[in-house]
Design a protein around this ligand. Structure first.
Ligand code: GCU
Length: 718
């Protein structure tokens, strides 16, 4: 080969690898080389030796992660030439494995953290500087290691460390709505990462990377399959595969859970009934549980969607949710398993406002559920809308553990095409005041158990993960997986601090990148609300797949599946009256909250049309009519996406080409779709308002008929 060709080849390899430097697979665990030389030297001189204590699989994982992370960030000098006279030592291990003199240095700290908590502490002893990462368990140590690495990833000082941290919520779980054929219900990032066909013998390395990513943010459980469950997952053929995954996840502190189809005793057990009070059914579940625990001794338990959207449940036998949940709870109790019984229930035979239907099926039964049952409640009473008032069940069941169900995948928020930073939305719900025990009874306090002194606590997030190379389709949406995990660990964290951490770990510490992009992320949720469902509008997406606008849809068999049910637009106005003059859904909230929602003068305009039917010429606080205000909000949403694009365009020099282009192309799609939303919704509502578009709102380029004619039979996730 001539020299010239070799030169061209090597040039193009370097050049291309620069352009295609990063496919996003490594998520926030990039461990990029620290370019700030003095900082890198400081870190290098503070960590000269790694000393593991203990030799469990978890400690080995921690060791490996430290090596990978530190070598990546500090370069090959790290530990490559061990010095004789080492002065700076990093020790990590659980309390039981630490030498006495190290334990002494940590004083009372072990009593101040819980079983999964960690301590990171610096001290000097006999002329040497020590950093110790410890906890009451090996998993606590692993969490400490990830958080220590994060200090370096975010360029923080590692001098004089004295950190004590514990998760505030016990079950921090991802819910995969993954089917056995590898399709993912409401999944927009490819197919399921669980390769059921090749399991249990083929263990895709991705399973390990999935576990690493989860452990790094403190997620400690995963529900592998869809809430619309297939009973086959409970057969030996599949349990063997589940067991293989559980074995991969165990060292990372992650438990496996499954969804249980309530009619499984009939479908795979050969019984004639699934009646929760039937002795054969009771025994079948007990035997099934012990079969599972024989394979997976730390199996987490079951999630159940019952009597909801056609799923079987106890009501098929004139029993109630207590009977159903307690049946499964008894089966897993001997093994310390739990049951997460979902409160997402509404009936086609019940004409009551859908938002009101779950509350009476659960709240009156407070105190009747077994100790190992948690009721899993979606953040709002309808269904994962861009904005929903908090669910009235939060705070309302003092004797029953209530866990949160957030959606990380963006079923109603533009799929994984739209860059929406969800922790701002999660934060809004977590901080909402239920007033159930007076002022300050925020949702987060019900979840962490402090409001009503609850022992079991939990949070679930419906995963946005698929087999796309970057896991979430859109690199920006990795932040939602990360942010969900951080909030499950500590529901009091601010979305701002989460965005800051994620950006630094994922891209760069450069302020010129961090500040504008953080701002872009923090505004992104309000943008989607504005261009889809401003002022409290909700569920006006096209039906079935929920892709794009469909406020006109009115021909589906179940009333509450039609967008017209939710917006109730007519010649007089728009919005769902949920005050005492309407469905009176507000009565399910504490009186202080209901009073605010009921009163047009005090309710936040962000929730206006969720609770009130308001005339088109109603005067908003800014003096504009409702119609003008709504139209301007739609326009504002579109403009916000344009600003996001302009901001991102400035960032080319800070991000590798591959991730830069991934986000850029998706933002352009988002912009197109934001305009589609604005035009379609305004043309539709204008038929009722009969008012012109105000100044400042762009004219639609298509007719309403055109938008109504659009069909998407193969939209993903359906
Ligand atoms: C929504 C979603 C369904 C899902 C359901 C649930 O209705 O569209 O796909 O099954 O929520 O949470 O059970």
């Amino acid at each position: 080969m001539s020299k010239k060709i070799i030169f061209i080849l090597s040039f193009s390899i370097v050049f291309c690898s620069n352009l295609l430097a990063n496919d996003g697979y490594k998520l926030w665990l990039q461990y990029d080389y620290i370019k700030n030389e003095s900082l890198r030297q400081t870190y290098l001189s503070s960590i000269e030796k790694l000393v593991p204590s203990g030799n469990s699989e978890t400690i080995n994982v921690a060791f490996k992660e430290l090596k990978t992370g530190l070598e990546g960030m500090l370069g090959s000098e790290f530990l490559s030439s061990p010095k004789k006279d080492v002065k700076n030592i990093l020790t990590f291990g659980a309390k039981t494995n630490l030498p006495e003199d190290v334990i002494l240095q940590l004083g009372n700290a072990f009593n101040e953290i819980n079983n999964e908590g960690y301590i990171i502490k610096s001290y000097a002893l006999r002329g040497k500087n020590h950093i110790v990462i410890s906890g009451n368990s090996d998993v606590g140590v692993l969490y400490g290691v990830y958080n220590f690495l994060k200090l370096l990833q975010t360029n923080k000082s590692i001098e004089k460390l004295n950190i004590k941290e514990s998760p505030k919520i016990k079950a921090r779980i991802l819910n995969h709505w993954d089917n056995l054929d590898r399709t993912v219900e409401r999944g927009y990032s490819g197919f399921s990462i669980w390769d059921w066909h090749r399991l249990p013998d083929y263990l895709d390395p991705r399973y390990t990377d999935y576990a690493r990513a989860n452990a790094s943010v403190g997620i400690n459980g995963t529900v592998l399959n869809n809430v619309n469950a297939n009973a086959l997952i409970l057969t030996p053929h599949y349990l063997e595969k589940v067991e293989a995954l559980a074995n991969v996840f165990r060292p990372y502190g992650i438990k496996v859970y499954l969804t249980a189809r309530f009619s499984a005793p009939i479908e795979i057990g050969g019984l004639k009934t699934a009646d929760p009070l039937d002795t054969d059914v009771i025994n079948w579940w007990k035997e099934k549980a012990s079969e599972i625990y024989k394979r997976i001794p730390d199996f987490g338990g079951f999630v159940v969607k019952a009597n909801s959207e056609g799923q079987p449940g106890p009501q098929d036998y004139d029993r109630n949710h207590v009977d159903g949940a307690n049946l499964l709870a008894d089966a897993v109790a001997p093994f310390n398993g739990i049951v997460m019984w979902r409160a997402f229930v509404y009936s086609e035979h019940d004409a009551t406002d859908r938002a009101k239907q779950a509350y009476p099926e659960f709240v009156p039964y407070d105190g009747q559920f077994k100790d190992n049952v948690m009721i899993q409640v979606k953040n709002g009473a309808i269904d994962f809308q861009p904005r929903e008032p908090f669910h009235p069940m939060f705070g309302a069941m003092p004797k029953t553990p209530i866990m949160m169900e957030f959606q990380i995948t963006q079923e109603y928020l533009g799929f994984s095409t739209h860059s929406v930073f969800l922790p701002t939305m999660y934060e809004e719900t977590l901080q909402a005041d239920t007033y159930q025990k007076g002022k300050g009874s925020i949702v987060a306090k019900d979840l962490d158990g402090t409001l009503h002194n609850k022992r079991l606590t939990g949070m679930a997030g419906v995963s946005n993960i698929g087999n796309d190379i970057n896991w979430t389709g859109n690199t920006m949406l990795q932040a939602n997986w990360f942010g969900y995990g951080r909030l499950a660990w500590d529901p009091y964290l601010s979305a701002e601090s989460i965005a800051d951490e994620w950006l630094k770990m994922t891209f760069t510490n450069d302020k010129k990148f961090i500040e504008p992009i953080k701002k872009m992320m923090l505004n992104s949720r309000e943008a989607v609300v504005n261009y889809m469902t401003p002022l409290g509008l909700h569920h006006i997406m096209d039906t079935g797949h929920h892709y794009g606008p469909g406020p006109w849809v009115s021909d589906l068999s179940r009333p509450e599946w039609n967008p017209v049910y939710y917006h109730k637009a007519d010649s007089l106005g728009v919005g769902f009256d949920r005050t005492p003059t309407g469905s009176n859904a507000t009565e399910q909230y504490a009186p202080e909250v209901a009073k605010v929602y009921n009163d047009l003068n005090v309710i936040s305009e962000k929730d206006l049309l969720w609770f009130h039917h308001v005339p088109w010429d109603y005067k908003l606080k800014n003096g504009k009519t409702l119609w003008d205000g709504m139209a301007l909000k739609y326009q504002e949403g579109v403009d916000q996406v344009k600003t996001m694009i302009d901001t991102w365009d400035q960032m080319e020099n800070y991000v590798d080409a591959e991730r830069y282009n991934n986000i850029k192309m998706l933002l352009n799609i988002q912009y197109k779709e934001a305009k589609w939303w604005r035009d379609a919704c305004l043309l539709y509502f204008q038929q009722y308002s009969k008012m012109p578009l105000p100044q400042g709102v762009e004219k639609p380029t298509q007719t309403l008929e055109y938008f109504q004619s659009l069909k998407f039979p193969f939209a993903p996730g359906n």
